[in-house]
Design a protein. Structure first.
Length: 321
């Protein structure tokens, strides 16, 4: 794997459009980074900035996923985040990496910014109302960039990255975890890089916390971290002749959505990780824990988008005939 190459002029290309199309995406202008390699984690997420109905702005995290189906002409791509990140957004923006024209697996360091009106309505909510997830198809993203002669570079999570129950049971009660996102909105705005934080599991990864598809990690969950993907990272050692090769293995655990707080009376409450700072007369203090929606809960969301894209594909075929 070649090292990241993120040098460049950091020029920002603005692409404005009124909506993301729910139709089939033709990916000629998107270069996908190798999936969930530890050195490619910076390409996995995008910083979402929203303008809200009340005129305030908020920041959250989203990550890319890839969908494949025999009836799709090619793989389809989408963004996943928490519903509370985008539910009140009238306008939103995401920033992507520009792929290098001659080394497409690397970034030029330049940025491609997509601004979308009516942002909240572009997201498909999870079929289970109690699960704080939503998904957005990338739609006509590539055709928007085509006019600039630019290609977007991004990483992705796919079905195969979702661990089985047996794989989770085989893990230790104490595992190192990584979380990729934008705490307090912080990022490297010059190179479009997220912040990668390290923590550990707070309960066994196979356990459903309080009977819900939720796990707990010992990591600080600040505003802007909502929607951040969380991975367990372990070292795998293999023998190759006389050489011992140690590699990092990533296991996709889920998506940060909330964190427990305590008030001055010691009452512990689970609250969604905020997307903006606000003034409150009630003092609440985060206790350095994060609640994550387990990776398996993403499957119904992906299935819902697949059904929508298949219907869109059938409609396109009918119009063509």
């Amino acid at each position: 794997m070649e090292p990241l190459q993120l040098k460049g002029t950091a020029q920002l290309y603005d692409v404005k459009q009124t909506a993301l199309s729910p139709g089939i995406l033709h990916t000629a202008d998107i270069v996908m980074s190798p999936s969930v390699d530890i050195e490619r984690l910076p390409y996995l997420t995008t910083r979402i900035q929203c303008m809200l109905h009340n005129g305030q702005s908020s920041v959250g995290t989203a990550f890319f996923t890839r969908l494949e189906h025999p009836r799709f002409p090619e793989p389809q791509y989408a963004l996943i985040t928490n519903k509370h990140v985008v539910c009140d957004a009238v306008r939103g923006s995401i920033v992507l990496h520009e792929a290098h024209p001659t080394e497409p697996s690397n970034s030029t360091g330049n940025q491609l910014c997509l601004e979308v009106e009516n942002f909240a309505n572009q997201w498909i909510p999870h079929p289970d109302d109690s699960i704080d997830l939503c998904i957005c198809p990338l739609g006509r993203l590539n055709s928007s960039f085509r006019g600039l002669g630019k290609k977007a570079l991004m990483g992705y999570v796919i079905r195969e990255h979702i661990p089985t129950d047996s794989e989770l049971r085989a893990m230790s009660v104490v595992e190192e975890v990584l979380m990729i996102g934008y705490p307090t909105g912080l990022w490297d705005s010059y190179s479009n890089l997220p912040i990668i934080r390290k923590g550990m599991t707070a309960i066994h990864p196979a356990v459903d916390f309080r009977g819900e598809p939720v796990s707990v990690v010992d990591i600080a969950a600040f505003p802007g971290s909502s929607g951040s993907p969380v991975f367990a990272v372990s070292q795998v050692t293999t023998a190759d002749g006389h050489l011992i090769i140690a590699e990092k293995k990533l296991t996709f655990l889920g998506v940060l959505f909330a964190g427990p707080t305590t008030d001055i009376h010691g009452e512990i409450v689970r609250v969604p990780v905020p997307t903006a700072h606000s003034i409150s007369t009630k003092t609440q203090v985060m206790i350095h824990l994060g609640f994550i929606i387990k990776a398996r809960a993403i499957m119904p969301l992906i299935n819902a988008l697949e059904e929508l894209l298949l219907r869109a594909s059938l409609d396109d075929d009918s119009r063509a005939n």
